[in-house]
Each structure stands twice: as C-alpha cells, then as structure tokens.
Ligand binder design. Sequence first.
Ligand code: NCD
Length: 305
Amino acid sequence: MLPFKSLISSKQLTAESIGEIFEITDYMQDVVETKGRIDTLSDKVVALLFFEPSSRTMLSFQTAAQRLKAGPIFAQNASSTSFEKGESIEDMIKVVAGYSDIIVMRHAQPGSAQIAADASNVPFINAGDGGNEHPTQAIIDVYTIHRNKGRLDNLHVVFGYDSLQSRSIHSLTRLLAQYPGNKFTFIGPEALFPNQAMLDELTTLGAECDVQDCAAVTKDVDIIYLNRLQEERFPDLQLFEQNRKKYRLTRADVEGSDALILDPLPRIDEIAVEVDALPNAVYFKQTSYGVPVRMALLASLLGRA
Ligand code: NCD
C-alpha cells in the first residue's frame, strides 16, 4: 500500500515506496508480455484530463487503463471544456470526481496538481503541472536506471539542457537526491541552470551538485539525462532561439562511454539522431516502461495491488 492517496510530487516518494512500485511494475510488465490484459480495474473509470500537449504520457496512461480493463474517459483541450467559460480547477475536479474513480491531470499551471488533489475525493495523479513536477515520469526514469545499472545510489548523473524549466528534471533530481552518494552535474547555458532554491533543496537532500556551461560531460559519468529546451516556458523566445542548436549531444561526444543516455522525449534538438544506434541510448526503451509503471500506479492507488 502506498502511503499517499494522490501523487503530486516526487518528494512524496521514498526508497520504500519506489521498491514497492518496482515490484508491481515488474508484475505488470509480465502481464503486458504474456496475457496482455487483466481484470484488476474492470469495475473502475479512469479520468484522463490533458490540458497541455501530450503524446507519451496520455497514451501510456490510456494503454495502462485499458490493459487493466478500466474504462478511460477524456478531456483534452482546455478550450473544449468549461475552463473556456471560466470554471475553476477545483470545480472541474469536483465534477470529474463524481464521474470517475481516479483522476490523472496535466495542466499548464505550476501548482495546479496540488489544487486539484485537494479538491478531489478520489485519488489524483499529477501528469505534469507546468514547469513544476512530473512525478510519474521520474518513476519511469528510475525504473529504467535500475534495470540497466542495478542501483539508484552512488551515481554521477549529468542533466541538460534546461534544468531550470524541465519538470522531468525537477522530479527526477528530487527523487534521486534521496539516495546516498549521488552527484549531479547540470550542463547547458548558464541561464537554464537550476535556480539556487532548487540547488539548495537538492544539496540539503544529500546530492552533490555542480554546474558547467557545455554540451557534454562524459568522464566518470553513469547517466546522461537530457530534455529539450522547454520552448513553451520561455518568457523570452530569444534565449530559446540562441541556444536550441548550440547544446546537442553528438555521437562523437559519447562514443566509447558506457554512460546510459536517457530522455523523457519528445527529442527536438538535444540529441543527434546518430546517437540512437548506440547500445546505451535507451530513451525509446525508457518510454515503453510508461505503460507498466502507470499500470502499477493506477492499481496501487485504487487499492488493487
Ligand atoms: C516531458 C513533459 O511533458 O514534461 N515529456 C513527457 O512527459 N514524456 C518532457 C518534455 O515535454 O520535454
């Protein structure tokens, strides 16, 4: 049993709950590969509210719901819902909670996940609240790291190139910082390094942090975690345009390195396509774990795992 009703931030995730989620995920992965679908949630309705663009997160939650035989219901564009008429997040969530057994929401406003979870009388999952957090992605990321490296501690992880605005990087660093001996190097343009509050938070949790303005660090590195510059979150697009082509991982950068290369995707400019063929480039595999991880979360938060 996970010790929370709703998942809003990776700050809620302890090593113990991650261990529990991994066990259920392994079981769900087996279901995916063998039976395909199981009856676990055949009496449940999962509400999928995606008010910001999404491919992987929405489709993998939908797939997860269907493989558990739950009936998914959708709302996809803020403009096609009552938000357009000025309805508050709280009211919208109260209504949807009356139709469903669990709510998954992505919304552009940082902090919207907490507002929604507080308004909901059914379990709630944050599928990304603006540039703030993306905790289910962080679980997929640590699951991928664990499967490939066999541990989540004593890792040197390089993060780039928009650690300031990437919710995936915020959630993953907060989660990994809880494990002993982890060291983070943030790369990219200086303007997109994590802010001081984030660096202080990670250091307090126990991670050693440093920053470097460059496109690649590979020496003594276990993981390279890249995410596109978050174009939609730039107050001034000039900074985005100046840097989008400048920071890019090439095959020459990582040839011969055994660092695992991750990216929550979509990939835009941050990784050259030629890198895909390297055995350590695991981002497409990483994406596939979205289904069993999200099956595990849905089943677990509904008390069925
Ligand atoms: C990420 C997101 O939406 O924050 N993608 C995802 O969920 N797989 C990363 C991104 O959009 O850059």
